[in-house]
Design a protein around this ligand. Structure first.
Ligand SMILES: [Zn+2]
Ligand SMILES: [Zn+2]
Length: 495
């Protein structure tokens, strides 16, 4: 090896050592990087402190070239629930700026030891460049009900809000005891209580009135809980319910029903068994998609003279999600989705005994009349009624077939009419064809009654609300959640 090569080798080694030393020096300096949460009306919450997998770009700012994150990339990653949103940028010294979600093309995030997290908006007024940034909250501007938490009463939807809106409004910090521990050192013991500060809003403060009567909370999974004090807790992208007294909790609230009726369509199960045990035959008529508000309207207009004559009528609540599978399962099992495991249209296998199973164990006969498809996997097969005359409705076929069964040996007949729901979807809950269908159904029921020597229970799986071109259901709105519940006797008394 010649002299030059030796020198180069030594030089290279020295350079490598210096490089390693430098990297080591900077790493061991141990910057404290504060949290920066991207939260609100989004799918996925991120803490920028922990997410380093965003590409950096170089921009010129205050005559310096700096490497920054593109805000747009970060917002795309968290998946805002709506395309129409704003960003609320708030700092640890309580400064706040709001920018439009669709104007982020020249907005960047920078971290420096001096300014902490800092947003740099090249297109916006300089006052939007917030330093010591603590939270970026995505707030949906005009949230749909399905993206919101709703609070409803029996005949009114009173509140529609989102976690983003609540996080940027006012709430209090409530210290909640998380746990205690004790350290014992010879004769002395030292204890510590650990508290966690929860962001809390009382239900009273949101609705601006005292909470009286029965209040029911539903979450997005179809779980439900009865409200007993406690508060709403805001997490980074959910609204939870928490009661510190008994530690009851329900995560991800979809809606809250104030002054909820104690009667529900689950009562069909218990009422039917009660009548059967007492020697009555029972006919249950389930009117798909006939909300209490439609029932009320039709009563007023004289459209349902038979049902109008039934005195034993009440307003009942259905289960969430107010769709056919969930409502039907609640009626057939007397239990909500938490127990029967029918949370939405995606579920068919009932986790508990259905009414048909219990009736057969009593030594009695059941008949189950359906439309053209099997909705749930029930313990007896339904009699399916295809649309033979191709008029788009199966109710006429169901009607004829059921009339034959009424004189048979069944102790319990369950009839599921679909026409009101079909028309409601196509023409809206008050559409002319929907109202005609309701009227026709009333006449079907009347004819059943004249031929049935037993009890009759009429109820509904879920209601129906208006949408621009028809109707739909599946939300915590009074139109979907409240249904009629009627009990009467057939024309021929079974003495
Ligand atoms: Zn339905
Ligand atoms: Zn429907």
């Amino acid at each position: 090896m010649n002299k030059l090569n030796k020198v180069l080798l030594v030089l290279s080694i020295v350079l490598i050592l210096i490089l390693i030393g430098t990297v080591y020096f900077f790493m061991s300096k141990n910057y404290y990087i504060p949290d920066l949460f991207v939260r609100g009306d989004i799918e996925e919450v991120i803490n920028l402190k922990e997410s380093s997998n965003f590409n950096q770009v170089e921009i010129e700012h205050n005559d310096k070239k700096i490497k920054v994150y593109k805000l747009e990339n970060i917002i795309n990653k968290v998946q805002p629930l709506s395309t129409e949103f704003k960003l609320v940028l708030s700092s640890s010294d309580e400064l706040r700026a709001e920018i439009e979600g669709n104007e982020l093309s020249e907005s960047y995030l920078n971290f420096s030891s001096g300014n902490g997290w800092e947003v740099i908006n090249l297109n916006h007024p300089i006052s939007s460049n917030i330093k010591l940034l603590k939270n970026i909250t995505v707030v949906t501007k005009e949230p749909n009900i399905s993206e919101s938490m709703t609070i409803i009463k029996r005949d009114e939807n009173i509140i529609k809000t989102t976690v983003g809106q609540l996080l940027t409004g006012s709430y209090i910090h409530r210290p909640i005891l998380e746990g205690s521990s004790v350290l014992t050192d010879q004769s002395q013991s030292y204890s510590v209580d650990i508290y966690l500060n929860k962001k809390a809003i009382s239900l009273q403060d949101i609705v601006n009135e005292k909470i009286v009567g029965r209040t029911v909370l539903f979450n997005k999974n179809g779980e439900t809980i009865i409200y007993r004090d406690g508060f709403l807790e805001l997490t980074n992208n959910q609204i939870n319910y928490y009661n510190p007294e008994n530690r009851e909790k329900l995560k991800n609230i979809a809606g809250i029903v104030l002054d909820a009726p104690s009667q529900s369509n689950k009562d069909v199960f218990y009422d039917s068994l009660y009548y059967l045990e007492n020697g009555h035959k029972v006919l249950v008529i389930l009117l798909d998609g006939f909300g209490y508000h439609q029932y009320n309207y039709c009563m007023d207009k004289g459209i349902i003279p038979y049902m109008e004559g039934i005195d034993n009528s009440s307003l009942a609540i259905t289960s969430y999600k107010p769709v056919t599978n969930t409502g039907l399962a609640a009626v057939l099992t007397g239990k909500g989705p938490q127990e029967n495991k029918i949370y939405s249209r995606d579920f068919k296998n009932i986790a508990v005994d259905d009414i048909f199973k219990i009736i057969s164990e009593m030594g009695l006969n059941s008949v189950y009349m359906e439309g053209n498809i099997n909705i749930l996997n029930t313990s007896i097969d339904p009699i399916l009624n295809p649309d033979l005359n191709e008029n788009g409705i199966t109710d006429d076929e169901i009607f004829k077939r059921t009339l034959n069964e009424l004189n048979g040996n069944a102790d319990f007949i369950f009839v599921h009419f679909h026409g009101i729901d079909d028309m409601g979807h196509s023409y809206g809950p008050y559409g002319e064809k929907t109202i005609e269908m309701i009227n026709k159904t009333d006449r079907y029921i009347q004819e059943f009654a004249q031929n049935w020597p037993g009890k009759i229970i009429i109820t509904v799986d879920h209601g129906m609300h208006s949408i621009p071109n028809g109707g739909d259901h599946g939300l915590v709105v009074y139109q979907d959640m409240f249904v009629p519940y009627l009990i009467t006797d057939g024309g021929l008394k079974d003495e």
